[in-house]
Design a protein around this ligand. Structure first.
Ligand code: FDA
Length: 310
């Protein structure tokens, strides 16, 4: 793993930094490139702007590793309010949740009860609840919870990480259930025994898994569309070519990208008729999430330095 990426991924897990860095104005200014603001209202307003450009969205209220049951209740209430507002504004907006923000570290049953409440409220507004995939310690618990909730609800989706050696088997277990799947490359620091260490191998795995997802989507057109979540445009084009779905494929899948990354290309793809869904993160607890974005592209540090200078 490249040394700067390793250092940044280490920093993303450092509580001392997470508490102090967000106090600096330059840091808050730098993060604004990736989040529209810290409040739900900021996120909803960004979602409305995407709809004007024929793109849909998915909201995530930043936060992870919450260790207090009362705090998880506040997260549930926040998402319920967000869903009601999404319904009231008639937005094509999903939500994306992290299980460690909903109690997975405290008690998996608490996390599952919390997820079920959010999924039920989302169903009332025709919204899908996507479950993010966190670091490898949580994968087994996240998949178990997902399979359990999926048995009762169709409006729930799961993220799979192409860098994990286990993911081909996890995908095979999910495909017969025609679940909604978002495929990503993977954003955490993992040992080589668990995750592919070289980027070219991760890209190749993303290609193989995406092609499999698209072929399955072509067979089960009534199943929820898979999300190809990547900013790697050349790879996305290669996936469509390799899967043999070029031309007919545009409504079989969604391209999912993050707010503030490749914004021009997002608009261009939407204009070309692709379904583009933008993940809008917001909230105060942005530090670990933001530093993972820096690790994905250390050149982003230039913006941090520019904010510091100004
Ligand atoms: P790659 O890293 O190869 O980048 C391709 C190109 O995209 C770069 O050359 C650059 O131009 C641009 N780019 C990528 N990242 C950038 C950045 N941070 N800043 C600026 N430009 C950038 N991960 C995870 O482990 N669990 C999860 O639940 C999720 N959820 C998720 C949802 C959505 C909608 C997206 C788009 C991504 C995630 N991820 C994630 C993150 C994912 O695992 C991965 O780390 C990033 O998407 C970066 O990988 P790419 O596939 O974009 O390609």
């Amino acid at each position: 793993m490249r040394p700067l990426r390793t250092a940044l991924l280490w920093a993303s897990r450092n509580e001392w930094l997470a508490e102090r860095v967000p106090r600096f104005r330059f840091a808050r200014a730098a993060v604004r490139r990736f989040i529209p603001g810290e409040d739900l209202a900021d996120a909803l307003s960004a979602a409305g702007e995407f709809e004007d450009k024929h793109m849909s969205s998915v909201l995530t209220h930043l936060g992870e590793n919450v260790n207090d049951a009362a705090a998880t209740e506040a997260v549930v209430r926040h998402y319920m309010d967000a869903l009601d507002k999404i319904g009231a504004h008639r937005l094509d907006t999903h939500i994306s949740i992290k299980l460690t923000q909903l109690g997975l570290d405290i008690d998996p049953d608490l996390a599952e009860r919390n997820v079920r409440r959010i999924v039920e409220r989302a169903a009332a507004h025709n919204a899908v609840v996507w479950i993010d995939m966190e670091s490898s310690d949580y994968v087994e618990g996240t998949l178990a919870l997902f399979h359990s909730v999926l048995a009762d609800h169709r409006n729930v989706g799961i993220c799979l990480q192409a860098y994990l050696r286990r993911t081909p088997a996890d995908l095979d277990a999910l495909l017969p259930k025609t679940a909604a799947i978002r495929l990503v490359k993977g954003a955490y620091m993992e040992p080589a025994s668990i995750a592919l260490p070289h980027k070219r191998d991760v890209d190749a795995a993303f290609l193989r898994l995406s092609v499999k997802l698209l072929r399955a989507a072509r067979e089960h057109t009534d199943a929820p569309s898979p999300g190809l979540a990547s900013h790697d445009i050349k790879l996305l084009e290669q996936i469509v070519r390799t899967s043999g779905t070029a031309g007919v494929a545009k409504d079989l899948y969604e391209i999912q990208m993050l707010y503030g990354i490749r914004a021009r290309e997002q608009e261009q793809m939407a204009r070309e008729g692709h379904r583009v869904r933008v993940l809008i993160s917001y909230g105060e607890a942005w530090f670990p999430w933001y530093v993972r974005r820096l690790a994905e592209r250390p050149a982003n540090l230039v913006f941090v330095v520019k904010s510091l200078a100004s």
